[in-house]
Design a protein around this ligand. Structure first.
Ligand SMILES: [Zn+2]
Length: 436
């Protein structure tokens, strides 16, 4: 069981649903200082005077009212998150609404609780975590709206809780704003993860000259299965790691302390690349092409994925590569196609780097940070449309000419048969006579 921060706040509000006084963040988390209390005391009066002057109808008949509220949250990982509110008001409270927001939720969840005109309330609302699947180490934001019987309302300030995967005991290693967490007694796992990030960072920063988030938290799960279970993924065997760029959290796994360094030198640089690209592109991160984000991430992996080569070769031969224009916003969900998408993206970025140089990659990052989209990024950076570049890359993958391929694929026998027929026809019909 993990318990959230206890919030004790005293709010003053009057009349309006969207009263800014009720939202004063300085009153959040602790009792206000004497100066703040004085400001709080007089600010509603000043606001009332101003509102009376400019909006006399809004203020008419409405009074100032105090409320004392206390909000609490705790959770059982993967099962339930409970939100509690106790509040006291001089005017009876009619209802309270809970708002919950998290990156994994499609929209803000709201639940309203009816209260039959009570001056003192104690309520609890819960979030079923078996239904709403939150990612480990995400941040949940929540707040309450309390309304009294006269229709006056106060919105309590937003509060946050870190959804720590507390079913594991995490060991910790810290250096320069980077924090590594791992499980078990073997400290070499934590050290290997720290070494991997320290080694990868300067190389990546020569392409993406940005600082990682501070703190950057890396959680090393004890096995790939544990990581997949934590992410609640099924059948996605290629998932080696996961990043929450907006939260500065990376999730990876290392099964065996002896091979941890090899595993982590692959997964950590990959996830770190997503993190830095997020820092570089800011609000435009959501719009950057997935083929670029994933392709660049694989470029930084210490050891190239041997499977990608085989998968790509087969896709080229069977003509089943996916046009990059279809890999802008998402990758296919079907695992075999998703693997082709990863393999292609990896090869595509390597092709661009080999053909147009590191500068082209840098230019693409700059263009994306500047708001370029999937189609315009290549035009802006290297003066090629995505389709042109797609063609070039495919040609580069299959450089052999048609006769060469025919020859290799048994065309020699076809030629031998044709020559045989020709010689036989000469034998039976003789040489053609020339006209005199
Ligand atoms: Zn990735």
């Amino acid at each position: 069981m993990n318990k959230g921060v206890l919030i004790l706040a005293e709010y003053k509000w009057h009349s309006d649903h969207y009263n800014p006084i009720a939202l004063m963040p300085s009153l959040y988390k602790s009792r206000p200082s004497r100066t703040l209390r004085a400001i709080t005391k007089f600010l509603p009066i000043i606001t009332l005077i101003l509102l009376t002057l400019f909006f006399p109808n809004m203020v008419y008949g409405q009074e100032e009212m105090p409320i004392t509220a206390k909000s609490e949250v705790d959770y059982r990982y993967g099962q339930i998150m409970r939100f509690r509110l106790s509040a006291q008001s001089e005017v009876p409270i009619e209802n309270a609404t809970l708002f919950v927001r998290a990156p994994e939720l499609p929209n803000t969840l709201t639940t309203e609780v009816e209260i039959n005109s009570k001056k003192e309330i104690q309520i609890e609302q819960s979030l079923d975590l078996t239904q709403y699947r939150l990612a480990p180490f995400t941040t949940v934001t929540y707040w309450w709206l309390v309304e009294d019987k006269d229709g006056n309302a106060v919105t309590l300030p937003e509060a946050h809780i870190d959804y720590v995967h507390d079913q594991y005991t995490w060991e910790k290693l810290e250096k320069d704003g980077m924090v590594v967490f791992w499980t078990g007694d073997d400290a070499s796992v934590g050290q290997a993860a720290m070494d991997a990030v320290v080694k990868a960072l300067p190389r990546q920063q020569s392409y993406i000259p940005f600082e990682p988030p501070n703190p950057l938290r890396i959680y090393v799960y004890p096995s790939a299965d544990d990581l997949r279970a934590a992410l609640r993924l099924t059948g996605r065997d290629w998932v080696g790691g996961h990043a929450h760029p907006d939260l500065g959290v990376i999730l990876v796994s290392a099964t065996n302390p002896r091979t941890a360094a090899i595993e982590l030198e692959k997964t950590i640089p990959h996830e770190l690349s997503h993190m830095l690209l997020y820092e570089a592109t800011g609000a435009n991160y959501g719009a950057i092409p997935i083929w670029f984000d994933e392709g660049l991430a694989t470029l930084f992996e210490e050891a190239a994925n041997g499977d990608y080569e085989t998968i790509l070769e087969e896709a080229v031969i069977t003509n089943s590569t996916i046009p990059f224009a279809e890999l802008c916003q998402s990758f296919p969900t079907e695992s075999s196609k998703a693997l082709i998408a990863y393999a292609q993206s990896s090869s595509f970025i390597r092709y661009i780097q080999a053909e147009y140089g590191n500068f082209a990659i840098l230019q693409m990052i700059r263009a994306l940070a500047d708001g370029a989209d999937c189609q315009s990024v290549t035009t802006r950076a290297i003066d090629r449309t995505l389709e042109e570049l797609n063609e070039e890359w495919l040609e580069d993958l299959s450089p052999q000419s048609f006769p060469e391929r025919l020859w290799q694929q048994g065309g020699i026998w076809l030629v031998a048969v044709l020559v045989g027929f020709f010689l036989m026809s000469l034998f039976f019909f003789g040489l053609p006579r020339s006209k005199s």
